[in-house]
Design a protein around this ligand. Structure first.
Ligand SMILES: Cc1cc2nc3c(=O)[nH]c(=O)nc-3n(C[C@H](O)[C@H](O)[C@H](O)COP(=O)(O)OP(=O)(O)OC[C@H]3O[C@@H](n4cnc5c(N)ncnc54)[C@H](O)[C@@H]3O)c2cc1C
Length: 293
């Protein structure tokens, strides 16, 4: 059983940034990710990443994910990929983090655990298939939309932004169904009223129909939910929206020495910049605890 100063669950922008800071502060973190490489949601983002003031040349999310992996390795951060954390147990003041890899089960020991496990797209009970896509990302980007009748369900930014993307890829028609609209003005004003149904609607997934109208594809954009698919010894306080509650000044959860950062903690507004900022906050909080223990 190996011992680390902190174990970080998830090597997306939040977890990778936290690991890098801890390493540069002189500690030994270990970051574990279920995916084969670091980068989190960036690995599924083939679009140019927006909103980062320090990135000239508009690299795609996937390019940044590759950079993130290279930075962690160059900084000699312990990075374990293709390894899913299944349990966070307690033994006195230590955490035992259990994970499963193709080679078997391993247990790592630490005093500090950082949950940086991000989010997954909500499916609203609709099953994904070759004609039904859940959430934005590389599947929508790579698809050939020419000549297709497409229904988008959802009323947020992702629904509206993908409406515009698919329409511009020469779909035969795109119709948006939203129970309520909460997308930003910038997108709302670009979608004509005739292409929207606002109010209740019914999806018949097997028949590929919405409100009894047939489509060739249905794209589900129901937002995001936290990814917390491991068991934990301790009572983790969850907020009303289902995200992990944390102290803003430290990112510590209701469980001592257990932190939550990035999208799993439901930051306002979720983005790479806010996720990475959380990573720094948690790293500094852990440094203070380690120096004073
Ligand atoms: C299509 C798309 C476009 C986007 N465009 C932008 C943009 O232009 N600008 C911007 O700022 N943001 C953008 N975002 C959002 C941005 O990618 C996220 O805000 C950011 O990735 C969140 O980082 P995170 O570290 O909190 O979580 P994530 O990126 O979700 O990373 C979480 C990681 O935890 C891992 N994990 C989860 N559970 C376990 C477990 N049990 N064991 C081990 N590992 C686990 C996952 O495999 C994942 O790698 C976009 C997102 C998408 C999908």
């Amino acid at each position: 059983m190996n011992h680390y100063d902190a174990i970080i669950i998830g090597a997306g922008p939040a977890g990778a940034q936290c690991a890098l800071w801890l390493k540069q502060l002189g500690y030994e973190p270990c970051v574990i990710d279920a995916q084969p490489q670091a980068g989190g949601l960036l690995c599924d983002n083939p679009y140019p990443l927006s909103g980062m003031v320090c990135m000239a040349g508009q690299p795609s999310g996937q390019q940044l994910a590759a950079d993130m992996q290279a930075t962690l390795l160059a900084s000699q951060v312990c990075l374990k990929t293709s390894q899913r954390v299944t349990r966070i147990g307690r033994y006195h003041d230590q955490y035992l983090v259990e994970s499963v890899a193709p080679s078997g089960v391993s247990v790592l020991q630490t005093r500090h655990v950082v949950i940086a496990s991000g989010v997954k797209a909500r499916d609203g009970g609709i099953l994904a298939s070759d004609r039904i896509m859940i959430g934005p990302g590389s599947r929508v980007h790579a698809h050939d939309w020419r000549g297709l009748r497409v229904a988008i369900v959802g009323g947020g930014d992702n629904a509206f932004e993908n409406f515009l993307f698919i329409r511009d890829r020469h779909a035969r028609s795109v119709h948006l169904f939203a129970r309520s609209v909460h997308a930003r003005q910038q997108f709302r004003k670009l979608v004509p009223a005739a292409a929207m149904t606002i109010g209740d609607y019914e999806v018949d997934a097997p028949k590929l129909a919405v409100n009894s109208q047939s489509f060739d594809r249905i794209v589900v954009m129901y937002g995001w939910e936290p990814r917390l698919d491991f068991t934990l010894d301790g009572l983790l306080r969850i907020d009303q929206r289902g995200f992990v509650s944390t102290e803003p000044a430290s990112c510590e959860t209701s469980v001592t020495n257990l932190y939550a950062i990035g999208e799993v903690a439901g930051r306002q507004h979720p983005s790479c910049a806010t996720a990475m900022a959380d990573g720094v906050v948690a790293a500094k909080a852990i440094q203070l605890r380690l120096e004073n223990s």
